[in-house]
Ligand binder design. Structure first.
Ligand code: AHG
Ligand code: MN
Ligand code: MN
Length: 339
């Protein structure tokens, strides 16, 4: 075997290979994915040093979501914005940490718009638990200026979506709508190599991820559904096991690879969900569907939600297709009202 053949496929090589015949005449899609990878490396460097250079803790600010901003939230946000701005591929961005749309000056603007959660799992930063960046990519409409409908659109219009996990290793997972592929960052050479190709979520649900302490706020369908799920276990065999990290991105990644269901149901009293449609639910729902899974807010397919505002939230149930179909049965039987 030649030396070159011994190396794995890099992220850039993979994107270029897959773009043949795609509507990307200016090569911006491959450039965008490569630059998202660069942002991921820069954020990785900060995450890895966080404990050493006192990047743990809060900035003292509260973001548009009403949440405490952690120092790494801010760093990840600023890094992602700056790298994408300079990429020449992006016309506008929306970030979980920014009140308004971030417009790129026309001379630097490209064909895409990106919505992102710069750091998901903020509560896990200070305790050395996996966190990540989640992103959704859309093609901008063919107009001169960026308009709200470039950003406020249903998730089914995504052309790509992905996440970068800062865990024991840094992994970048993305879909172009055809396959879901995973790359692992080799810290010794600073390159991402293809480590899992065409990921399909296993059909069997073996893991359950939910914050059970939210039970008082659940709708009527949730507890009977969970009881039924747990009753698959008996004295002879454990078939389903609880795994909840509290970083959606890491909970999702594990369920994607092992087969599972993640729930953050809508609060039945307020009718509000916690997770954000644009930055968290849409990209993960797109990945789930391409990998053979599904995602719902309890009633509607996540990718069909028409967002009204940048920071809209929703209930989320995401997992294997069979599990989401079962959820629909429980919703039909018990309803979405208060338990
Ligand atoms: P973020 O850190 O981007 O604000 O998102 C946190 C999200 C998600 O990652 C996690 O699963 C969920 O919030 C946890 O919320 P609870 O603490 O309410 O369980
Ligand atoms: Mn998040
Ligand atoms: Mn976040």
């Amino acid at each position: 075997m030649s030396l070159a053949a011994e190396f794995g496929i890099t992220l850039t090589q993979h994107v270029l290979r897959k773009q043949t015949g795609h509507r990307d005449a200016r090569g911006q899609f491959s450039q965008l994915l490569t630059q998202i990878g660069v942002a991921g490396k820069l954020i990785t460097a900060q995450v890895r040093r966080a404990g050493l250079i006192e990047l743990w803790g809060a900035t003292g600010d509260v973001n548009v979501q009403g949440e405490t901003v952690q120092k790494l939230d801010r760093i990840a946000n600023d890094t992602f914005i700056e790298v994408l701005k300079r990429s020449g591929c992006v016309a506008a961005m929306a970030s979980e940490e920014e009140d308004e749309v971030i417009e790129v000056p026309p001379q630097m603007a490209g064909d895409y718009v990106v919505a992102f959660d710069p750091l998901d799992g903020s509560s896990n930063i200070d305790v050395n638990v996996s966190i990540g960046t989640i992103f959704a990519v859309y093609r901008r409409h063919d107009r001169n200026e960026v308009v709200k409908s470039d950003i406020l659109r249903p998730g089914r219009e995504q052309v790509a979506a992905g996440y970068i996990i800062y865990g024991p290793s840094t992994a970048l997972v993305y879909t172009d709508g055809k396959t879901v592929d995973c790359f692992t960052l080799d810290p010794s050479c600073g390159e991402y190599f293809l480590t899992r190709e065409n990921i399909q979520m296993p059909e069997k649900t073996v893991q359950l991820s939910i914050n059970e302490c939210n039970e008082p706020y659940w709708a009527a369908w949730v507890t009977p559904y969970l009881d039924a799920l747990k009753s698959r276990n008996d004295a002879e065999k454990r078939r389903v096991s609880a795994r909840h990290i509290g970083s959606l991105v890491a909970d999702f990644h594990r369920n994607l690879l092992k087969g599972g269901v993640y729930l953050y149901p809508t609060d039945a009293k307020t009718g509000r969900g916690k997770l954000r449609v644009l930055y968290e639910c849409n990209p993960l729902a797109f990945i789930a569907e391409v990998a053979g899974g599904a995602a719902t807010d309890g009633v509607h397919r996540i990718l069909d939600i028409e967002p009204q505002g940048l920071h809209d939230r929703t209930g989320l149930v995401i997992g294997t297709k069979a599990e989401i179909a079962r959820v629909a049965e429980f919703v039909a039987k018990y309803g979405t009202g208060r338990a």
